[in-house]
Write a protein that binds this ligand. Structure first.
Ligand SMILES: O=C(O)C(=O)C[C@]1(C(=O)O)C=C[C@@H](O)C=C1
Length: 363
């Protein structure tokens, strides 16, 4: 019986070993192609454009469309993201600035988009994330721009107004909150620490499962995880990145009250992206404050059949009760409909800033 088991396992494991050898060979062949691409870009003076968000989006979308299973699309996407990340790092290692410390959801978003071969450069504020890329210390920035329950991230919108950076990508991250703790029993948890937003997002779960246990807000989820790693009885609410970073077991997983809680992040660089076939264009406009002005201003988009996916207003800082509008439309600025709407908008708007065209997020 044991011999039969060993024999059957042995046969399949030999097959796995042979496949692994093929995979290794194929992966290295792919890596050599990426090196060749890097060399070609360098020869044509395109070395500043090593990272190609539109090409990466196309590769990942094709993988998802042709995936026969049984591996899930999530698994194969993750795998190919890491393969491209490793290949890209042979062409040019990328430094990615994001809102730190390590272990935050921003880190998770940066890794989801750029893979593990990218160099992570945590910053202490959203302003510093922008500055790090503007000054050339980092290649790209990842900043949160909106959350499905909390709304817009005002500081990111304000920084977009003054920056020379372009949006070249977006990352959409499902926010799963976990109770991280060295204790193995909820009954021994004496306090819960987290960022105020995360405590709020798990309010009902805490009422049900840890009634009466003090909740203490700290600067970030990552800081909370650090505390939980060092203080017996302290549990942190934080995400996967913090659990990994501080090697904390999950005493309870996915404890967020709103299961669809999602944050959208922008990827910013010194150039935007070429068309990928499924793109977005973001811009900021302002118009004189009179009734119907905004509808008139934006009508070129509907006239050209271009869908608007987001409209956000924000006070213009220079004048009381004046607003600027953050608009996302579907399509690339080079698409004929978008291009013609932008030309008309430019003629009508008091102020227009094109933030960039970029591939819609690949989930
Ligand atoms: O096709 C390219 O331009 C490449 O550099 C290759 C590759 C890849 O590994 O597929 C790597 C990095 C780019 O961001 C896009 C794709």
């Amino acid at each position: 019986m044991n011999d039969d088991l060993q024999k059957e396992l042995g046969t399949v494991r030999s097959e796995i070993d042979a496949i692994d050898a093929d995979l290794l060979d194929l992966l290295n062949r792919r890596a050599k192609c990426a090196q060749k691409v890097g060399e070609i870009k360098g020869r044509y003076g395109d070395a500043g454009h090593i990272y190609r968000p539109e090409r990466e989006a196309q590769v990942l979308r094709r993988i998802q469309e042709t995936n026969p299973g049984p591996l899930s699309n999530e698994s194969v996407t993750w795998f190919f993201r890491e393969v491209m990340s490793a290949c890209l790092s042979l062409e040019q290692p990328l430094g990615i600035a994001f809102l730190g410390p390590l272990g935050t959801f921003s880190e998770q978003a940066a890794v989801k988009h750029f893979g593990h071969a990218a160099r992570l450069l945590p910053q202490s504020s959203i302003d510093d994330v922008f500055r790090d890329v503007e000054a050339g210390h980092a290649d790209y920035a990842v900043v949160p721009v909106e959350n499905s329950t909390e709304g817009a991230v005002g500081r990111t919108l304000d920084m977009l107004l003054g920056t020379s950076l372009k949006i070249c990508g977006e990352v959409v991250l499902r926010i799963h909150q976990h109770l991280l703790c060295k204790e193995t029993d909820l009954a021994t948890v004496t306090k819960v620490v987290s960022h105020a937003q995360s405590l709020a997002q798990c309010h009902e779960w805490l009422n049900r499962n840890l009634p009466g246990v003090p909740r203490i807000s700290v600067g970030s989820n990552a800081q909370a995880a650090q505390l939980a790693a060092s203080e017996p009885g302290t549990a942190a609410i934080a995400g996967e990145a913090a659990a990994d970073r501080y090697q904390l077991p999950k005493l309870a997983a996915n404890i967020e009250d709103e299961p669809n809680n999602t944050t959208r992040f922008l990827v910013l660089g010194r150039h935007d992206a070429g068309p990928s076939g499924r793109d977005k264009t973001s811009l900021i406009v302002s118009t004189p404050n009179r009734s119907g002005a905004l509808a008139d201003l934006l009508s070129p988009f509907s006239d050209a059949g271009v869908s608007m996916s987001r409209l956000e207003s924000r006070p213009a800082r220079h004048a009381l009760w004046e607003y600027v509008f953050y608009v996302d439309v579907e399509g690339h600025r080079d698409d004929p409909g978008v291009a013609s709407a932008l030309r008309q908008l430019e003629a009508r708007a008091g102020y227009l800033k094109l933030l960039g065209s970029y591939p819609a997020a690949v989930y």
